[in-house]
Write a protein of this length. Structure first.
Length: 279
């Protein structure tokens, strides 16, 4: 069995899990949050993305070993006939996007599963996932410099931002009541951004080769995904009830500019001090 045969087998596995994931991404997005349909579709999407990311890691690894043997259709391609470019884009960058997909799918799933047990988010596997993604992002940026392809450097920024925000939440001692939900939204929608970016970018080489490295094609999933993240996170934050005087009888006393007046009022209402009675 040749490299190309193994690669085609991996492609078939990749499509089998990736295609339903591309469609299934929208089910948890539009379904009622927290409902049975949302939880079931979200779990199915996460599992599909973990499997899709795993096959993509294998495909990228084979491409790094044998770039043209795994992509014989690119030998006559006007832009991708250079093995170094194929190795960088279809090897290193695809490896980075695959690791990003696995990282976000797992992290988003764990944020929801551990919402009442935040300490479980600090398991070694979660920290290892951040380290691996950070290294992959650095490598993607370095490869971008080596081949003179700035698009790869731009994509690597998503990895650095993901690692930073993930660790920020994981290291919180006492997260807020909805912090897990905000991170869950970021991660699951981020998984969609990653998989749609890979689909548009690598699929474009076969469908529309001239668009393969067009920044507009790569940025479209990011723009749509960020819009979804901001919308849903705003919706969650808007639902948080702010404390009012009726909820907290000591609310006014916590305001610095009223503290002095409150103390004076308490002093005026206090009973007069007792004096020793004369005999």
């Amino acid at each position: 069995m040749t490299f190309h045969d193994v690669f085609l087998l991996l492609v078939a596995m990749h499509i089998t899990t990736g295609a339903p994931g591309l469609i299934g991404f929208w089910l948890p997005v539009i379904s009622k949050k927290g409902g049975p349909r949302h939880r079931l579709s979200g779990r199915a999407f996460s599992i599909a993305m973990l499997a899709t990311g795993a096959s993509a890691i294998c495909m990228a690894t084979l491409t790094l070993i044998a770039p043209m043997e795994t992509h014989p259709h690119l030998r006559q391609h006007p832009d991708f006939s250079d093995p170094a470019l194929v190795r960088a884009v279809f090897g290193w960058m695809m490896l980075f996007l695959a690791i990003l997909t696995v990282n976000l799918a797992w992290y988003g799933w764990r944020c929801a599963a551990n919402k009442r047990h935040h300490h479980l988010n600090r398991k070694p596997i979660n920290f290892a996932s951040q380290v691996i993604l950070f290294i992959a992002a650095i490598n993607c940026a370095v490869q971008s410099f080596l081949i003179g392809q700035p698009l790869m450097a731009g994509v690597s920024i998503i990895g650095f931002a993901t690692v930073g925000t993930n660790l920020w939440f994981m290291m919180k001692e006492t997260p807020g009541p909805v912090d897990w939900l905000l991170e869950h939204i970021k991660a699951i929608v981020g998984t969609g951004i990653s998989v749609y970016t890979a689909f548009f970018a690598f699929g474009a080489v076969r469908i529309a080769p001239a668009w393969a490295l067009t920044p507009a094609l790569w940025s479209a999933p990011l723009i749509v995904g960020l819009g979804l993240i901001l919308f849903h996170q705003h919706d969650v934050k808007k639902g948080i009830k702010k404390p009012t005087p009726s909820d907290d009888p000591f609310f006014l006393r916590k305001l610095p500019f009223l503290k002095k007046n409150t103390i004076s009022q308490n002093q005026r209402n206090a009973p007069p001090p007792k004096t020793a009675s004369s005999h």
